[in-house]
Design a protein around this ligand. Sequence first.
Ligand SMILES: Nc1ncnc2c1ncn2[C@@H]1O[C@H](COP(=O)(O)OP(=O)(O)OP(=O)(O)O)[C@@H](O)[C@H]1O
Length: 626
Amino acid sequence: MSEERLSFQAEVSRLLDIVAHSLYSEKEVFLRELISNASDACDRLRYAALTDGSLLGDDRDFKIRIVADKDAKTLTLIDNGIGMNRQDLVDNLGTIARSGTSAFVKNLSGDSKKDVSLIGQFGVGFYSAFMVAEKVEVFSRKAGEATGWRWVSDGQGSFTVAEDEAAPARGTRIVMHIREAETEFLEEHRLRHVIKTYSDHIAVPILLGAETTDSVNAANALWTRSKSEITEEQYKEFYHHVGHAFDEPWLTLHWRAEGVIEYTGLLFVPQQRPFDLFDPRRAHHVKLYVRRVFITDEAEGLVPPYLRFLKGVVDSEDLPLNVSREMLQNNPVLTKLKAGIVKRVLGDLNKKAADPEQAADYARFWDAFGAVLKEGLYEDYAHRDDLLKLLRFRTTESKGELVSLATYISRMKEGQDAIYYITGDEKSAVEKSPQVEGFRAKGVEVLLLTDPVDEFWVGSVRETDGKPFKSVTRGGADLSKIKGEEKPEDEKKDKASDGDLSALTALLKLTLGEEVKDVRRSERLTDSAVCLVADDGDMDIHLQRLLKQHGQLGADAASKRVLEINPGHPLIRRLAEKATQDGAASSLEDAAWLLLDQARILEGETLPDPLSFARRMAAFVEKGLG
Ligand SMILES: Nc1ncnc2c1ncn2[C@@H]1O[C@H](COP(=O)(O)OP(=O)(O)OP(=O)(O)O)[C@@H](O)[C@H]1O
């Protein structure tokens, strides 16, 4: 086939532009990226050869060779891994395969400084070669295939592919034509240092020079070494490699299990949320190995979705080496591995969570991954108690600090028998909700739940330690039973008389008719005149809104709300007085609708009839101005 010229996917061009022009201060990381890819290629061939031994031929020892040629100003990296055919080259080196990354690049701001620091968080993989090279040639031949290929690009929007017999017998040779300013990467000592720093953990030998047979790296799988032999730095570099990550691990778990099943786990909890954390597939990122052979990074069932932030490796001694990815489904060994992983991870998280000295550190984890962990509360009943201990909340009383359920319970007021919460989209908004006023006045703490998942777990967990979870926007507020810290003047505050209030309530019910389920005097309001609540047994207001937004609830399936009025509010007092007068029904009609609309606005809802609202409002203001 003759040479073809193809364009890079738009996102790749964008990425290359940033890579070439702005740049990381640490250009040396390009080598780590290419070595990481070469090692993955060896892993994949090792796995493929389990079912088709002929793929390896006589060349059975995997290696990565790096050769610098100062005269030609080229740096060459050769692996005898799985290799790429024409289609692979076009797909892998012309597009960004990972969907999260691709979407991310699409949304880059165009401000190169900002973009570079963001890209630094996930790396640019193969394309980082263009940080040091003005031209890159990739010669490759896929294992088991006859034809070799050459891919060439100067990173300027396009590349060429053509058949080429100069490709290695199997695997990939990447030739980088090093820029004048980057010739330091042709110096052996510099290369050796970079390899030692970033790639020592790579399990395939890395040979520096055309002839040498001595590897620069230790060349055994990091997780097989004993903990005492591994430095923090090495763990970190391994985490970068295995997790395609660029932050520091927040927690490193390295353990060997011997007993019912035998395996080694080396798992990391990242510091930062990866971009695809809320991807609907909820896939995890833990690689499964069987006796040092990479099997798959998609073993569904190895890690539950609520721990999908974990990165790392699990290496089993019990699974058969020829286990196919299909065979892994419903495999009893896999089930046991999963049980071991969950126990270990939750145990270590609980140690961190329980240590007051590490509260600030745990808070960082919680802010990154708490929302994901909460999914386990309704998906993994067996570990619910462990998970409940890990929960942290911001509350109306916590001044931004995180509070555990145990702390909340220890601070409950006399007569308080429920754990109160409010759900919503944003902390600042729920904190100011009228429904929490009465609780705040009494010093009764209310959990502020602002993750969408919150609605689902509170609905499923229902209670802890004998204390039910209760929404402050649903049902009666039963605040009168609680001995709080209210100030005496609150008690004495003028309230509408019972008779007047009953008249107003009746009038509002009549006027608003089908728009509300009921109108009641409120126990929970102190400052606002009105608010909406869901009736006991009805769906919480925020949950209704959430389900509607996601098309899970028809417009008419929503249950009606109860309008609560504050007997101590001057406006309600005045209206109550008027409600007993003749002709009140018609003179207060506009006021009734305005009260309801006000409650809707406080709830963050759009008004069903904004035009009428504006008309009534204008009329009132006009009257007020005399
Ligand atoms: N030496 C190689 N041998 C075989 N395939 C390779 C090699 N180098 C790259 N590839 C293929 O090209 C793809 C893209 O590589 P690239 O480094 O850009 O991204 P990645 O490795 O998937 O992710 P990351 O951005 O985290 O490095 C790889 O997933 C792999 O399929």
